[in-house]
Design a protein around this ligand. Structure first.
Ligand code: PMV
Length: 374
């Protein structure tokens, strides 16, 4: 304990992309949603957040570094709520320690050197995303999922994934789904306490290994309207929103689970695209309206539509719905497709959106189908 450096824990968490969207809170402090949602957690190898947390008796304050830059940890009530909850659980664990544990050589040494218990040590958090932050690519989801898992490991808490999901939810709603891999439902719950509002696994990623996600980064700028303020204005002003919540989403959750369990790509794709469309429709129906997609986003929708309308040259039969788009709170597209289709679609994307064309079209932009004009 004279030279104790502290304890450290590092966790990498993946992002998840919703196919039935969460948009609207019924309680903004506890982050309780107006509706259940469903997402696919992407493979950890690609888009992820890596978070390291170190606790040391020599630290004098809690500190946070995001992508290498220090930020004020206390400025975020959500972050402090997650940390406070995990500290409370650690304290509970410390209080539960039996007298024999307290008499262990480690604890006796700690007592001798007047080292406070781990729950009272300050922490330093360093978190890095390997993709654009806050650009509508679910950075808060992987960020909070990594934070709560790293701190729970550091505190040696043996809590369930359900509990972890509820704590991640206090940071960012969608983060509660990143605690699981594969296909995940966030059950909205009905209790005011939020005890029944957490994520559950619908199917593991091994259930549909051929399903792939392709991310088309249209812009890596931070989104213009943060999701929290966007949701709150939608709930207050959109007349379409109550219909979506009461009539559309409950049915879609059931249908989407069926599509996933049956590995029915056509059904999955149609629901995913309609969901994305309706989410952006309620954003437009919000006053003042919220625009997350831009011209390039809309051109991608047209490109998907064009791809899905192709006819087989020999049989003259439609090739069917083979790719699906979805957009979150930003202009970037997530394309879902079966593995054998992805390459063909990427070739088309590279043709219409050659490297370096960026956010605006220029005179060298090939647009033979007028995708960007109309
Ligand atoms: O968890 P938040 O506050 O970042 O909200 C996420 C909202 C959407 O990404 C648009 C939809 C979703 O379900 O992930």
């Amino acid at each position: 304990y004279n030279n104790v450096m502290g304890y450290e824990s590092t966790v990498t968490s993946p992002v998840n992309i919703a196919v039935v969207k969460y948009w609207g809170k019924r309680n903004s402090e506890l982050i309780l949603p107006t509706n259940s949602s469903l997402s696919c957690t992407l493979s950890q190898d690609h888009l992820n957040t890596k978070t390291s947390i170190r606790a040391s008796p020599s630290y004098t304050s809690d500190r946070l570094w995001l992508n290498g830059f220090e930020e004020d940890l206390y400025a975020s009530a959500r972050l402090t709520n997650c940390i406070r909850e995990l500290r409370r659980l650690r304290k509970e664990k410390e209080n539960e320690l039996s007298s024999s544990d307290l008499a262990s050589p480690e604890n006796l040494e700690a007592a001798e050197h007047h080292v406070p218990p781990l729950s009272e040590w300050c922490i330093h958090v360093a978190s890095e995303n390997n993709f654009p932050t806050a650009a509508g690519l679910a950075s808060s989801a992987s960020g909070y999922a990594a934070l709560v898992q790293a701190l729970s490991n550091l505190y040696d808490l043996s809590i369930s994934l359900t509990q972890l999901s509820m704590i991640a939810r206090l940071g960012s709603g969608s983060a509660c789904r990143s605690v699981y891999g594969g296909f995940v439902e966030w059950q909205a719950g009905i209790l005011p306490s939020g005890e029944d509002s957490y994520a559950v696994s619908v199917a593991p990623e091994t259930h549909w290994p051929t399903l792939q996600a392709l991310i088309l980064v249209v812009s890596d700028k931070k989104k213009s309207t943060p999701s929290t303020s966007g949701m709150s204005t939608t709930v207050k002003t959109s007349e379409l929103f109550p219909i979506r919540i009461s009539e559309v989403v409950p049915k879609r959750i059931i249908q989407m689970k069926e599509a996933i369990l049956q590995r029915d790509f056509t059904k999955f794709a149609l629901l995913t695209m309609k969901e994305s469309n309706q989410f952006h429709a309620v954003c437009l129906d919000t006053y003042p309206p919220i625009f997350y997609m831009n011209d390039i986003s809309r051109a991608i929708i047209k490109l998907v539509d064009l791809f899905n309308s192709q006819v087989d040259e020999i049989t003259k039969k439609p090739k069917g719905i083979r790719v699906a788009y979805t957009f979150d709170a930003g202009p970037n597209a997530v394309i879902y497709a079966e593995k054998d289709v992805i390459k063909e679609f990427i070739e088309l994307v590279m043709y219409f959106f050659p490297r370096g064309t960026g956010q605006t079209s220029n005179s060298f932009f090939p647009d033979p189908f007028g995708l960007l004009k109309s």
